[in-house]
Write a protein that binds this ligand. Sequence first.
Ligand SMILES: [Zn+2]
Length: 346
Amino acid sequence: MKAAKFYAPGDIRLEQIDEPDVAPGQVKIRVRACSTCGTDVKISRSGHPNMSAPQVMGHEIAGEIVDVGAGVEGWAPGDRVQVIAAIPDGTCPECLAGHQAICPNQVSMGYQFPGGFAEYMIVPAEVLAVDGLNRIPENLSYAEASLAEPLACVLNGQELARVGEGDTVVVIGSGPIGCLHVRLARARGAARVILIDLNPDRLAAAAALVHPDLTVATDTQDPVAAVLDATDGRGADVVITAAASGRAQEQGLLMLARRGRLSLFGGLPKDSATITVDANLVHYRELTLVGVNGSTPAHNKRALELIASGAVPVADLITHRLPLDDVLEAIEIVARGEAIKVTIEP
Ligand SMILES: [Zn+2]
């Protein structure tokens, strides 16, 4: 079968490899959709410390079961499934406390286990052990279901930032994650959503799809002044940075209302991960800075439901569908910021 394997930064190979066989406790799927994300670009450029190379990439996975290993119950060939990306151990103190997204023993599809940029893939027993295989509702396509994984991370972020009824929410970064944040904030009852990006073309393209109440292009506008202006000086209840920018995080803090929450959704490059925070601003205004690290299996299930119910539509965010042969081009399209979401259909 064909698969896209990461060997080293700048060295991803589309190869012919042996089709995997199912072992006891595992499920084998025919991959039908595996979406690309910014992490795939990062891996292609600089690798990832947790990645065992060479490795089949791809972690936003949906497919059809073709074989079920001995001892696996509840699944059968023909079932349509979505697979979690981050796999918690389910047994450590964090997991037992219900915080599986920050499991220190987490492993991932496409990192330690072969991922979804392949014709076939094994769903490891570790995924089944944490209830990480989800049935795709009938009204969803495989491509739509593959977006449950990024939406699960967005959902975790908005839960931690307590996005709710009546909030003014600012999203900085208008890529696919920013678009999902805008849609989910609406679904959670936000009264007003403001979308900010450095690149006016990308911002306009995203806004045409997700219709924020206000857009701010920071190549020509001061985002802090724009948000304060738009809120009669009060600021935003929640600011979410969906961009790898320390400057965006610093600006986000300055545009918060009293009791506001700043979600540091996008991580920073590790050589520039320090920002400046006015501690008195946090103190006197009772601000909250909150992190987020991926999602839990339960978030994946709820993300699928949000997509299936129409609360968070995703079909129109998939702007490119490409065959597995074009996976390298797909990663470059993502890198150039030309797409909202690029889905590989192996
Ligand atoms: Zn754990």
